[in-house]
Structures are given as structure tokens and as C-alpha cells.
Write a protein that binds this ligand. Structure first.
Ligand code: 5RP
Length: 233
């Protein structure tokens, strides 16, 4: 659990971000505690303002929240192009490159982000960093069959992989039936290069590096919401 200001900052960031949603949008519904506030606010706008949208959940968590807050859902099959996705992040640098995957939903999150015309990240200011990887492990989703091979390849390129486990020391299984390796790369100097190297390893399903995907970030501070953008004026 965060401090009081953190929960307040997350909620304020999410509420500001949801103001970008217009009628008839297809909305990517992100995962995690900050994205959850956005789903709640979308539900409020549907109920109180008659907003008409459809959401595409990135996880069972966001599917259940959509049902709870009255956000109707659809799939990429009906709507392969998403107008706007609102999602959280574990680390955000000044170019709005991200590390995601704390909740293990990175693969679906990245697919929905890539299918979106606009990706908005919502977070509290503790997520900002000058360098990705500083004090932050990089989640990598891997096919269980390939785990030992992928671990060896990751060590070759300088990472220290740790299999994600639940509290009973049972491997964490993603919604795609895979494992997560939380990898210590230290500070990541060349995130795009690392992304390419990891994606070339057979058995790597996806990485938590989101490079050049984010358009806007709403960052909740102790007192306000700071908007960061990669959009040209
Ligand atoms: C899940 C994610 C989340 O968006 C990320 O972990 C942030 O979560 P929170 O808003 O609870 O801090 O990437 O895979």
C-alpha cells in the first residue's frame, strides 16, 4: 500500500487522463492500481455523462473492473484499432520510455498499446526516473519450455534473471500461460538495443520495455498533475 498522497496522486492523474476520452472511442483498459482508477472514472462518465465507449481489457483484472464499473467491453477481433489506451507503468524516463510488467500483464498491455492511436500513461511521481533500470528489474515473459535457454542467453547479454514466484514459492503464471523472469540489467544505457536483443532470443514472448510508444503521461504529484508529452506542437 502506498502513502495517502500516493493513492490521491494516482487517482488525480487517472481522472485527468480520462478527460481525453470522447464519444465512440475504443479504449484500451490498462492494468495495475493506477489504471484501475481510470476504469472507475470511465464508468462514472458513462453513468453520469452518458459517454458512449467500448473498452478492451489488458488483463482479467481490468475485465473484472470494467464489469464492476459498468464499462462495456469488446475485443481486438471486433476493433483491431484502438483510439486511446490509458495504462500505468513501473518506471518512466524523460522521453516517456517505460518499464512495465509489475503486474505481469505486459504482453497484452504492449499489444493493446501498439494497436492504439494514442497511449497515455498514468502514474504517481515516484515512477519517474532519469535512467530506466535504476533500482528496477525488467520483466520478461518467457515460454516455460524455453526458460533455461532464455536465462542463459540473458546472462550472456549481461542480465541476472530471477524467476517470478508467488508467496508460496510457486512460479507466477501469466494469463498467457507463461513464466516471468525479472531481470537485473542495472541501468539500461540503450533501451531500444536491449529490446531488440531480447526479442531475438527464441522463447522470449515479450519484454516490459515500452520504447517510443507513449504519447502523453499524467504524473500525479503531492499537489497537482504534471502532463508530459512526446507529441510535436
Ligand atoms: C502491469 C503494469 C502496471 O501498469 C504497472 O505495474 C503499474 O502498476 P501500478 O499503477 O499499480 O503501480 O505494467 O503489468
Amino acid at each position: 500500500m502506498g502513502h495517502d498522497w500516493v493513492e490521491d496522486a494516482k487517482r488525480r492523474a487517472a481522472v485527468e487522463a480520462v478527460k481525453n476520452i470522447r464519444d465512440n472511442f475504443i479504449i484500451g483498459l490498462g492494468s495495475g492500481s493506477t489504471a484501475a482508477y481510470a476504469i472507475e472514472e470511465i464508468g462514472r462518465r458513462i453513468r453520469e455523462e452518458g459517454l458512449r465507449v467500448l473498452g478492451i481489457p489488458t488483463s482479467y483484472q481490468s475485465l473484472l473492473l470494467a464489469a464492476k464499473f459498468g464499462v462495456p467491453t469488446t475485443t481486438l477481433y471486433e476493433h483491431p484499432i484502438v483510439d486511446l489506451t490509458i495504462d500505468g507503468a513501473d518506471q518512466i524516463d524523460s522521453n516517456l520510455n517505460l518499464i512495465k510488467g509489475g503486474g505481469g500483464a505486459l504482453t497484452r498491455e504492449k499489444i493493446i498499446a501498439a494497436a492504439s492511436k494514442c497511449l497515455i500513461i498514468v502514474a504517481d511521481e515516484r515512477k519517474l526516473t532519469d535512467r530506466l533500470g535504476r533500482g528496477q528489474l525488467l520483466p520478461v515473459e518467457v515460454l516455460p519450455f524455453a526458460k533455461p535457454f532464455v536465462e542463459a542467453k540473458i546472462r550472456e547479454i549481461g542480465g541476472k534473471p530471477h524467476l517470478r514466484e508467488d508467496r508460496r514459492s510457486v512460479p507466477f503464471i501469466t494469463e498467457n500461460g507463461n513464466f516471468i523472469l525479472d531481470v537485473d540489467f542495472g541501468v539500461i544505457d540503450e533501451p531500444l538495443d536491449l529490446e531488440r536483443r531480447l526479442k531475438m532470443i527464441p522463447g522470449v514472448v515479450e519484454t516490459g520495455l515500452f520504447i517510443g510508444m507513449t504519447h502523453l503521461a499524467y504524473i500525479g504529484t503531492k499537489t497537482s498533475v504534471r502532463v508530459m508529452s512526446t507529441l510535436r506542437e
